[in-house]
Write a protein that binds this ligand. Structure first.
Ligand code: AMP
Length: 426
């Protein structure tokens, strides 16, 4: 019988790696809460229409990457390929705009795209994202919101220990600027597109903005000469962009104006951005996002401008692994009972230490002392010996592996001592 395996493009996440994922989740939640974001959890399954209307029929995601099925005649469902459309659907469905306040929402969860798998690109991948959305009267169009979101991202990456990123920033203009630019771009592409790659030839017809994403070396000189979107922006969009930049300058967040950053999804207006990282090879985008002032209306909702981003959590993990920033897997202590009779007492001692919040591994009294030391050395920073004498006297013998220091300590002080040793290791 053939052995069953995880579906291509999906992966099992196992310990110790899952500890790093949990660390990233916890750090993101902590940072988001400081900026007053609350968590939203939307379903993985949505009506296919949501993405067709929200993300855009002509995008790669909708035209070829979605997991769509028909559970019953007349119904088409899709496993979400991204989460912004779902959040905006929920915003409309629950009339969150009625509060008159900005909604600041974050999510963490799996997304699904049928892309060609490679390092950093999976068919089930995880995104950590956030959206700021609300009625214009709540200030949802303000460039200050864009700057605040970007500053929050710089803070989050720094708290995760990710440095050396580059923030690429651009404006794709208002809902009227963009079609004007697309027209200009079409006209400029017409005489040159026949000498470009096949993808560009297709995109020139279906979605000319995507030509700017082309990575083919031979096409680059042609793309460099194409008109820039900046020259099609109206004064309002230029001023909006300048205000975002000035706010970033004021708080010392570095960025680069990348005229080619138009991003793949249809819903973006004005600010678009990406954080890229040198650690990641070909798939170097850590996260992407932008403003989507018309999305709510495109989904049949009220006017509700917004800005958001999605971080590729798989890529954060790769980046942190590349920097050897594994969350520590060692327990504070390994308790070694001397003989089977000490097993219950060892369980009680483990319980006491765990109640103090320490991570504890419990040994087995059937082990010889040598084996206990070997096992303890693999699993924990220190070993605590628990024999009949120790149980009777309440004085325990501890060995700290890294320093090879061995000492005696009273049961009452054991937790404190182990915590101190833990801190000295980290
Ligand atoms: P997007 O929703 O396409 O703007 O992507 C936002 C971020 O999600 C990207 O910058 C990547 O870090 C991550 N991402 C997108 N697609 C994938 C994928 N197939 N596998 C892993 N990460 C992805």
């Amino acid at each position: 019988m053939s052995v069953l395996q995880a579906v291509r493009g999906t992966r099992d996440l196992l310990p110790p790696e899952t500890a790093l994922w949990n660390h990233i989740d916890a750090t993101a939640r902590r940072v988001f809460e400081r900026y007053s974001f609350g968590e939203i959890r939307t379903p993985i399954l949505e009506e296919t229409q949501l993405f067709a209307r929200g993300v855009g029929e002509e995008t790669d995601i909708v035209s070829k990457e979605m997991y769509t099925f028909t559970p019953e005649p007349g119904q088409s469902l899709t496993m979400r390929p991204e989460n912004t459309a779902g959040v905006v659907r929920a915003y409309i469905e629950h009339q969150l705009g009625e509060t008159g306040q900005l909604q600041k929402l974050y999510y963490i969860g799996p997304q699904f795209r049928r892309e060609r798998p490679q390092k950093g690109r999976y068919r089930q991948f995880f995104q950590i994202g956030a959206e700021v959305i609300g009625p214009p009267s709540a200030g949802s169009e303000s460039p200050l919101r864009d700057a605040e979101v970007l500053e929050m991202l710089a803070t989050l990456l720094s708290e995760l220990g990710i440095s050396g990123w580059k923030l690429l920033l651009n404006s794709v203009g208002s809902a009227t600027d963009r079609p004007r630019y697309v027209q200009t771009l079409r006209a400029a592409l017409e005489p040159v597109v026949s000498s470009m790659c096949e993808d560009c030839q297709r995109r020139a017809v279906t979605n000319p903005l995507r030509v700017l994403d082309c990575k083919h070396a031979e096409d680059q000189p042609i793309i460099a000469k194409l008109p820039r979107i900046w020259d099609s922006l109206d004064e309002g969009s230029k001023e909006h962009f300048a205000t975002v930049c000035a706010a970033l300058d004021a708080c010392g967040v570095p960025y680069e104006h990348d005229h080619r950053l138009v991003r793949g999804l249809d819903y973006y207006t004005r600010t678009t951005f990406e954080f890229v990282s040198g650690d990641l090879g070909a798939q170097n985008a850590l996260l992407g996002g932008g403003r989507y002032d018309g999305l709510s209306e495109a989904l049949g909702g009220p006017r509700a401008p917004g800005i958001g981003f999605a971080i590729g959590e798989d890529r954060l993990v790769l980046s942190l692994q590349a920097r050897n920033k594994q969350a520590s897997q060692l327990a504070a202590a390994y308790i070694a009972p001397l003989g089977d009779r000490m097993n219950p007492a060892a369980l009680v001692l483990a319980r006491e230490l765990r109640a103090l919040g320490l991570r504890v591994e419990l040994g087995d009294g059937s082990f010889r002392l040598k084996k206990s030391f070997e096992t303890g050395n693999k699993l924990a920073y220190s070993i605590v010996i628990l024999g009949e004498d120790e149980a009777a006297s309440g004085i325990l013998t501890v060995k700290h592996f890294a320093s090879a220091e061995q000492f005696k300590v009273s049961r009452a002080e054991l937790g404190q001592k182990l915590s101190a040793l833990l801190n000295s290791n980290n």
